[in-house]
Design a protein around this ligand. Structure first.
Ligand SMILES: *[C@@H]1O[C@H](CO)[C@@H](O)[C@H](O)[C@H]1NC(C)=O
Ligand SMILES: *[C@@H]1O[C@H](CO)[C@@H](O)[C@H](O)[C@H]1NC(C)=O
Ligand SMILES: *[C@@H]1O[C@H](CO)[C@@H](O)[C@H](O)[C@H]1NC(C)=O
Length: 161
């Protein structure tokens, strides 16, 4: 039974080592190739491109009666297109998405169209925020899980030793 556990423990540690090695080689490859492959985000171009998205959105919204501007069902597809537009434009000018510039612009659009909507009227499920939070939380959880595993494994090997 003890040897069985020891084998499992070794497999666990090996798994962590392989994982850490893979992560370090992946991030190593990224830092080495980043200057060659990844061009820098041109913020002035991004600003311009995002405003083009905004103009399309304004045009689409003008076709909807202002009376319906607080009703998400009436403009969800236009809003979705606008979000997609900011995403594809960000990538086309080598910027990450979401980014502070795009978020600032989206807030301006919200102020222009939805400032008079009460909270009950529009229930915002903001895709950029959601994506951002997910993107932030996943590595944190992974790191915590790794630390827990490492601590647990070292405790186990102390007991076994
Ligand atoms: C960013 O784009 C603008 C407009 O296309 C250009 O004039 C400017 O030189 C670019 N800046 C950089 C740092 O590439
Ligand atoms: C929003 O519009 C839809 C479709 O016209 C309608 O069924 C719904 O009752 C509206 N919701 C509100 C809160 O006005
Ligand atoms: C919000 O209400 C104010 C005052 O009634 C009005 O001037 C403004 O145009 C409205 N804005 C929107 C986006 O409906």
């Amino acid at each position: 039974m003890d040897t069985h556990e020891a084998v499992l423990l070794k497999l666990f540690v090996l798994g962590i080592l392989v994982n850490a090695w893979m992560m370090s080689s992946v991030s190593g490859a990224e830092t080495q190739e980043a200057p060659r492959l990844r061009r820098v985000c041109n913020e002035s171009r991004l600003q311009w491109e995002v405003e083009v998205c905004g103009e399309h959105f304004k045009k689409d919204m003008s076709l909807i009666h202002p009376q319906h501007w607080c009703n998400l069902t009436h403009f969800i597809s236009e809003y979705h297109l606008f979000t997609l537009c900011t995403e594809s434009k960000s990538h086309s000018v080598d910027c990450y998405w979401p980014n502070p510039l795009v978020e600032g612009y989206i807030i301006r659009i919200h102020k222009a169209f939805f400032s008079n909507c009460s909270d009950e009227q529009v229930v915002w499920v903001d895709p950029p925020d959601e994506t951002l939070i997910t993107l932030i939380l996943i590595p944190i959880f992974l790191t915590l899980a790794m630390i827990t595993l490492v601590v647990w494994c070292s405790k186990r090997s102390d007991i076994l030793a």
